[in-house]
Ligand binder design. Sequence first.
Ligand code: FMN
Length: 339
Amino acid sequence: MSQVSLPKSLHPNLPLTALAPMQDVTNLWFMKVIAHYGSPDYFFTEYFRVNDTSRLNRNILAAITENDTGRPVFAQMIGESIPDLVRTAKELCNYNIAGVDLNMGCPAPRIYRKNVGGGLLREPEKVDRILGELRYAVSDRPLTVKMRVGFENTDNFYQILDIINRHSIDLLSLHGRTVKDMYHGAVKYDLIGEAVRRVDCPVLANGNIHSATTAIEVLSQTGAAGVMVGRWAIGNPWIFNQIRQALRKEAIAPVPLVEVRNYIDRLCQTPTAATMPVRSRVGYLKMFLNYIALLVDAEGHFLRLMRHTQTEVELLNLCDRFLLVEETKTFALAPYSGL
Ligand SMILES: Cc1cc2nc3c(=O)[nH]c(=O)nc-3n(C[C@H](O)[C@H](O)[C@H](O)COP(=O)(O)O)c2cc1C
């Protein structure tokens, strides 16, 4: 059984929702933007890198110390050195965090080659030692794990789930793909269901939840305690409210495209934009627009033209053209397929 209780959810009668941690995305500003459109129950920071010389990254820390969304923030760590993970977890506990989360899923080769992130899934004994020491260090707050279903295959999956039980992990966020799958291929929701039945703690189902309807389907297929949404919260910041509406069997209010134009403006107002070189600003906006565009027009015109723009002025004019002209058009409730 869990040793400590999780922070209160927004709506105790509904399944949990969480914004997935995303490096270079889920910073303080993005959490504030998401909160404006409808907070999830939980936020997770980008990962704090942990090694023998690491210090807490100040920008990531700001998502905890300056967070005024009113929602709990879990601090995520990535690393493999047990003394340094323990040191960092204790340092993080000096701040107002909801809990400490360990990343066991990052699929970037430069990361897993160091046996951190998803690389840890190859070494259950190491995971056992890390979680044992971390549990001892983080005894009065939730200790949580975010992972994938395996590295190359699922051979270690059940062993790792049992390790999660042995160390009384408080919450498991599970992306239903292997590390080698990266972000491709079908998400194995059946394995998420297996985890739900095997572990003692609540499980957040993660991977390709792109609409309120998929959230409902995944919850019913897996029996998970909640859903964790990453890329489709970038594309659609209304998604957490829409999931709650769907769970309550309410009609989902369509979002007028002019509101999407306002969302883009809000993203532009990130305090770091002022110091960003112009080229990076265009790249920053396109990263978001790559997801947003998939809900704008079924033909993919906005997506294609957006990718060809070179300057910020060109990009924002294009947004005006597609989002401000037809006042009656609304944002799709799920990304158009085939784009
Ligand atoms: C740009 C980007 C950055 C990510 N950074 C992290 C991270 O720092 N920590 C982590 O555990 N997962 C990270 N992930 C994985 C997501 O949290 C999530 O598991 C994955 O995107 C699948 O969920 P989705 O289909 O809802 O996006 C990242 C994903 C993306 C797309």
